[in-house]
Design a protein around this ligand. Structure first.
Ligand code: ATP
Ligand code: MG
Length: 332
């Protein structure tokens, strides 16, 4: 079986609709075809300031949400990144074969550091794509399910894997991004030019899966559209409406042309009312399942402990091989 690997940050408690449609749905699907490893990336979370108490709670909450979304510990390996020390260890090695200029070209750093000014950003934020390279290479992953914003980092992963393999001998599998075009970038409901994001979106435009259903409904009903009245998929002219159609279509399985046809002659209000109902039907059981996992911390801990053990077995083998190739003297 080919391998899949991906990670998600525990930065804000609730996952949002972009995380779910762009990434988590693909995690669930790839369990069936791949030897899949999924992790909550707490090492990545601390590239931005985190309150320790919140970080701990949000890490559990993230694992609970992944299980609620359909990850099955019998069919995939679910773990917490910091439980597998090999990530930080191989991350250092990867730092040492990355060019400073090469790292400087990562647009995620430019975007994320723009807000507070580049001089206030941490070095960790600057090098996080390189830690991500290590995350992927440790598992010899073939497929990396992610949203569009991560494409550049997967390219970097391929470049560094190739560089290491050339300098030190074949060690790492070259991975490919697994990006589903239709849902690769879900937009902020208030700002349909920007990606829906845990850290960047306005709360009004961010559909959190754990919001109260009433809040979800209100956010959908106040989504920005345009001054026409026609419901038509056109990302250039009608980004807001197109975003709503993408969400609707993915959650229900109805095609976009079918939706366009069924809303012919109807206004945006009708589309929003129906989409709000679809969303509430989706998030209500999701919230319940998440709560069930939170209410049973022993089960959750045991899933994560088993996951870490399985992950470590793979990661340790890859790290040992990389250390050997580098010429590190083995510890006796
Ligand atoms: P942050 O803004 O703090 O980086 P985030 O919303 O981007 O948070 P991450 O944990 O960084 O969330 O990303 C988890 C996964 O979700 C990644 O694979 C990412 O590509 C995907 N993703 C994030 N936002 C979207 C979106 N708006 N549309 C589609 N996929 C997304
Ligand atoms: Mg992100």
């Amino acid at each position: 079986r080919p391998r899949a690997l991906s990670g998600i940050q525990p930065t804000s408690g609730s996952f949002h609709l972009g995380n779910y449609l762009g990434a988590i749905r693909q995690y669930v699907a790839l369990q069936e075809t791949h030897d899949a490893f999924y992790m909550v990336v707490d090492l990545h979370a601390i590239t931005m300031p985190q309150d320790p108490k919140d970080l701990r709670a949000n890490t559990r909450l993230s694992a609970a949400q992944l299980l609620a979304a359909g990850l099955d510990p019998e069919r995939c390996t679910l773990f917490i990144q910091s439980h597998v020390p090999e990530h930080a260890q191989l991350g250092w090695v990867m730092n040492c074969i990355t060019g400073f200029g090469e790292a400087s070209r990562m647009t995620q750093f430019k975007d994320k550091s723009a807000k507070g000014g580049v001089n206030n950003a941490t070095v960790g934020l600057f090098t996080y794509p390189i830690l991500q390279v290590a995350d992927i290479l440790l598992y010899q992953a073939n497929a990396v399910p992610v949203g569009e914003d991560q494409r550049q980092h997967i390219e970097l992963t391929r470049d560094l894997a190739e560089r290491f393999n050339q300098r030190f001998g074949p060690t790492f599998t070259l991975p490919a991004a697994h990006i589903v075009k239709e849902v690769a970038k879900i937009y902020d409901l208030q700002d349909p030019a920007s990606k829906m994001s845990k850290s960047a979106s306005s709360p009004k435009g961010l559909i959190n899966l754990l919001d109260e259903p009433k809040v979800t409904e209100k956010k959908i009903k106040s989504a920005v559209t345009d001054t026409e009245a026609e419901i038509r998929f056109d990302t250039a002219e009608k980004p807001g409406v197109s975003n709503l159609l993408t969400i609707y279509s993915t959650l229900t399985g109805e095609s976009i042309p079918a939706l366009e046809a069924s809303y012919e002659g109807k206004g945006y209000g009708a589309l929003k009312t129906d989409l709000a109902a679809v969303m509430v039907d989706f998030v209500t059981p999701f919230r319940q399942r998440t709560q069930e996992y939170l209410d049973d911390p022993e089960t959750l801990d045991s899933i994560l402990a088993k996951g870490a053990e399985k992950a470590r077995a793979v990661a340790a083998e890859t790290l040992a091989q990389a250390y050997d190739r580098l010429g590190f003297l083995p510890a006796k």
